[in-house]
Design a binder for this molecule. Structure first.
Ligand SMILES: Nc1ncnc2c1ncn2[C@@H]1O[C@H](COP(=O)(O)OP(=O)(O)OP(=O)(O)O)[C@@H](O)[C@H]1O
Length: 247
């Protein structure tokens, strides 16, 4: 079976600092891989190297067996790779539905259809489905800026799933989200993973969220992989406890 994502020996240095120092892992179809580690250990840099925001100093990235190292984010979108950022990417003045339509257009990456096609690019139905799926029906016509922070994070996650991506990289989806919304977010991510067979990689500092959502967890420390395994294995790993969980 071919992995959806294969990362081999990725390195990225900034000046003299090796932010990512030889990281290899793969993610199988339908998996939810958690990526944890202390601040500054290289998680975001690794994401950015996989997603074309940064070009790695060395190493290779494959999606569905195809080498994509150094591809631009828009090209990766075309291959069904999507992401969220640590900071919200919603447009506050646009409604929830309009934000979803815009995200869908971006994933289509086709400027010509954006300019020449219908104004919703034929995406209203897909946006409505996503609104239903993420239980945002009562907010569909509200400007995103009027939503609570947790609701905006839910919308931000929903936007990454427009266009039915094969692989989604989520950067701190639970950051700053209150407990009630956290349960909703986890529930929705689980459901979309199961129903759409979407594969995720999730960077997250909320340990309870990661351990209960993910099928496997990778721990990074100082630019390297410290541990990889099922949540219970990682929790019990003495090196992980020493480097991270214990603090
Ligand atoms: N553009 C950059 N220029 C110089 N150094 C950088 C740059 N981006 C990241 N770094 C450095 O690379 C290292 C890894 O940072 P990175 O943001 O990837 O860590 P992280 O694990 O995502 O941290 P956090 O959990 O705080 O988001 C840090 O030492 C950081 O200061």
């Amino acid at each position: 079976m071919t992995a959806v994502l294969e990362v081999t020996n990725i390195r990225k240095s900034f000046g003299g600092i090796a932010a990512v120092n030889g990281v290899s892992f793969d993610v199988q179809e339908g998996e939810i891989l958690g990526l944890i580690g202390p601040n500054g250990c290289g998680k975001s840099t690794l994401f950015n190297c996989i997603l074309g925001q940064l070009s790695p100093s060395a190493g290779e990235v494959k999606v569905d067996g195809k080498v994509v190292t150094g591809m631009r984010p828009s090209e990766l979108n075309g291959l069904g790779v999507s992401r969220t950022f640590q900071l919200l990417q919603v447009f506050p003045k646009l409604s929830v539905r309009e934000n979803l339509i815009l995200a869908g257009q971006e994933h289509q990456g086709n400027m010509l259809s954006r300019l020449l096609g219908p104004s919703d690019a034929g995406l209203t139905e897909a946006a409505n489905q996503m609104i239903g799926f993420f239980k945002l029906d009562h907010l569909a016509n509200e400007p995103a800026g009027g939503l609570s922070y947790g609701q905006q994070k839910l919308l931000d996650a929903a936007m990454a799933f427009m266009g039915g991506p094969r692989l989604v990289l989520l950067d701190e989806p639970a950051g700053g989200v209150n407990l009630t919304m956290l349960a909703d977010l986890k529930d929705r991510l689980r459901a979309i993973n199961q129903e759409k067979r979407a594969t995720f990689v999730v960077i997250e500092h909320n340990m309870e969220f990661v351990m209960s959502l993910c099928t496997r967890v990778m721990v990074m420390a100082e630019g390297k992989v410290l541990a990889m395994g099922r949540p219970d294995e990682v929790r019990a790993n003495p090196a992980v406890i020493e480097a991270y969980l214990g603090h």
